[in-house]
Design a protein around this ligand. Sequence first.
Ligand SMILES: [Fe+2]
Ligand SMILES: [Fe+2]
Length: 329
Amino acid sequence: MIMPDHKGKPAMEEGFLPIPPEHLLPNTRAGFEIYLKQGQRFVLYAKSNDQLTGEHRRRLAEMDAREVYINVSKESVYSDYIQDNMSQLLNDDEIPVDVRAETWSWSAGKLAEDVYETALPPSVLRKRVDRIKKLIEASSRFFNSPESLKELSKYISAGGDIYQHGIGTMVYALCLMQTYDADDAVLTAVCVGAMLHDIGKLQLPEELLSKDPATMTEQEFSAYSAHPNIGVRVSAVIPLMPEAIHCVLFHHERVDGNGYPSGATGEEIPLYARVVAVCNAYDGLTRSRPWRRAYTPFEALKHVRNDTGAFDQDVFMRLVKVLSDSGLT
Ligand SMILES: [Fe+2]
Ligand SMILES: [Fe+2]
């Protein structure tokens, strides 16, 4: 499947952008023209205000069309269309799971990258976080299946940017919170907190972020370890639910009390923040850093397990189970 990447570098062909035919969702209006490629020509297949039906997709399947095309100038209309219809798309069992997983990752990547832009005016940041909330609300049923996480992991594990780590942490937090039968509003708040947990790092110098925290000088570490507090300050303008704020603030706490910023111990740290702490550590270890290669899921779990006193053991065991149910370890 060819999709534009979320860095805004669409796979262009003469001003046209290929999209998967599965994205033409029945009972919707796309808001952009859809074209087929015949030889070297692009032929109109559906007008922008046409009501799409299952028939549109069936005919494309009969033609064995692997992709349809949109005008490249309509990329943002297309991206909004996918976001607006994410729930329908994710719950459409006629669409292969890998296509749904790739679409989710593409859309989440765009949204997360937008949120992690520096110096956004509060009203813009608020709107962008609202879109993430919507994405999470649309995603919970899809995430309830081990097969989905397996497919998603192919798309979410690459990249070392803060926003990519935010998505990964959010995906694992969503899967773990579902094992606690969390209330929908809490689940969404925790996922938003997981996505934004490192937003305070945007205020830190790049040279500092490229260093291994274990080898930092005392002064460097003190600047680095301010990022949860900075994150709370940055996100105060949104505003976030208390659970989300706690995830931003407490994701580096340790159950033995040796974490930061508060040094709280065990159950003094809210459960959902202990969940995000484990997901943050695991996701971070599976990404390559300037000072080390990416660990395999197995190595990362071993590393988390061996960090005695850091993590809630029950949360850790739930992560092990979620990953092994999805065939990832
Ligand atoms: Fe952090
Ligand atoms: Fe992190």
